[in-house]
Design a protein around this ligand. Structure first.
Ligand SMILES: *Cc1c(COP(=O)(O)O)cnc(C)c1O
Length: 384
């Protein structure tokens, strides 16, 4: 038997993954993430278990739909819903979920989208629930019908209604979730809730389908810390099956560009598994420790105040709000953000309003809270 390796010409042999510093080679700067899970800042870092699963998946061929089925089944068990699919992000889940409500499993309809002629083409949404990501719903060719209040919502339902969209983190919700679902059920209209950024806490993954939403959307690469190009669509079995048919790998579908391969599938499954099993209390204690460290350091500059605020629905994790008397500390929040970004190491903070600097501690890595504490203090002190 010849040794296989000897048959491979040296020029084709794949170099062992050397200890190359790719970002440095490219001149692309890395930074300390005191901002949070922003897509343009590459959001979250995958847990080691997720990276290991991706590496594992990268080494074998599998039949993609078989893996999709198996991973969906496992995720549905983990979060206690009827069915689940891994999408290429929450926005992709919005598109596939909408397509499921519009075209269902009808092959002719699936091929024709976003030409929606002859299909149900209206999605009802509360006026206060319109937002940038609803473009992903409009991609299917639907028209939004905006309503204000329960009476208007019920009047808007007609034979053209394909779905009712709900934005979980909306500032104002005239028709709350329970009532929204009750009206939809009364008229047999499927509902979809976008809760993309609403984990942690863990329970949200289970609660929204249990509450009665037919479809629920989550980002994979935000708080769950799965692959950044993955998301979850959870809910009713018939709708998840239809969503799958309206998506990659099926070539002639509106979701063909929203591909997930075996690496994201397995990575996302392990992300959900580790997320639901993680020690949330210990994690919370560590975040509190980081907050205290940064606040103690920053508060030592005269005229500076800090306060911890935890948003109620999205990004439900502690954020430090830093304010100061600009007649004493003569630097604007915008200038502080710039100084942190341009310093060494570079630090990104949460996109902040004009009157303060906001720091999120949950994406910091070991040892970074110390650096952030020191740098913010230095910048403010230099202007005091
Ligand atoms: C982040 C976000 C999305 C998009 O999530 P991706 O996983 O990046 O596609 C959609 N909706 C809301 C409310 C979000 O916060």
């Amino acid at each position: 038997m010849p040794v296989i390796g000897s048959l491979v010409p040296a020029s084709l042999a794949v170099a062992a993954p050397a200890k190359r510093d790719y970002f440095k080679e490219l001149g692309v700067g890395t930074f300390i993430n005191a901002a949070g899970t922003y897509t343009t800042l590459t959001a979250s870092l995958m847990r080691p278990e997720v990276v290991a699963a991706i590496e594992y998946a990268s080494k074998s061929f599998v039949r993609l739909t078989e893996l999709h089925d198996a991973v969906g089944k496992r995720i549905a068990e983990l979060v206690e819903c009827e069915a689940a699919m891994v999408s290429s992000g929450a926005a992709a889940a919005l598109t596939c979920g909408t397509a499921a409500c519009v075209a269902g499993k009808n092959q002719e309809f699936i091929r024709r989208l976003p030409d929606i002629e002859g299909m149900k083409n209206e999605v009802i949404v509360q006026k206060t629930h319109r937002y940038g990501y609803d473009h992903a719903v409009r991609n299917v060719g639907i028209k939004f019908v905006e309503v204000d209040g329960a009476a208007e919502l019920e009047r808007a339902i007609n034979p053209k209604t394909a779905m009712m969209l709900y934005f979980n983190a909306a500032d104002k919700t005239p028709v709350p979730a329970e009532q929204f679902i009750a009206i939809a059920k009364k008229h047999g209209i499927p509902t979809m809730n976008d809760a993309a950024a609403d984990t942690p806490p863990t329970g949200v993954l289970k609660e929204l389908t249990k509450l009665g939403f037919d479809l629920v959307v989550f980002s994979g690469g935000k708080g769950i810390r799965g692959p950044q190009s993955a998301g979850l669509l959870l809910g009713r079995k018939d709708l998840i099956e239809a969503a799958r048919l309206n998506c990659s790998p099926y070539s002639d579908s509106v979701g063909r560009g929203l591909k997930v391969n075996k690496e994201e599938l397995l990575g996302m499954m392990i992300a959900v598994e580790t997320f639901v099993k993680r020690d949330a209390e210990a994690e919370g204690r560590e975040w509190d420790r980081r907050c205290k460290q940064i606040m103690d350091s920053v508060n030592s500059v005269k005229g500076v105040n800090t306060e911890v605020k935890t948003p109620v629905i999205s990004n439900r994790v502690p954020h430090i709000h830093i304010t100061w008397d600009q007649s004493k500390v003569k630097i604007s929040p915008k200038e502080v953000v710039k100084a942190l970004r341009e310093g060494t190491p570079s630090i990104e903070v949460t996109p902040s309003p004009a009157d303060r600097v906001i720091v999120a501690v949950w994406m910091l890595q070991q040892g970074e809270a110390e650096v952030v504490a020191k740098r913010i203090r230095e910048v403010l002190k230099s202007a005091a």
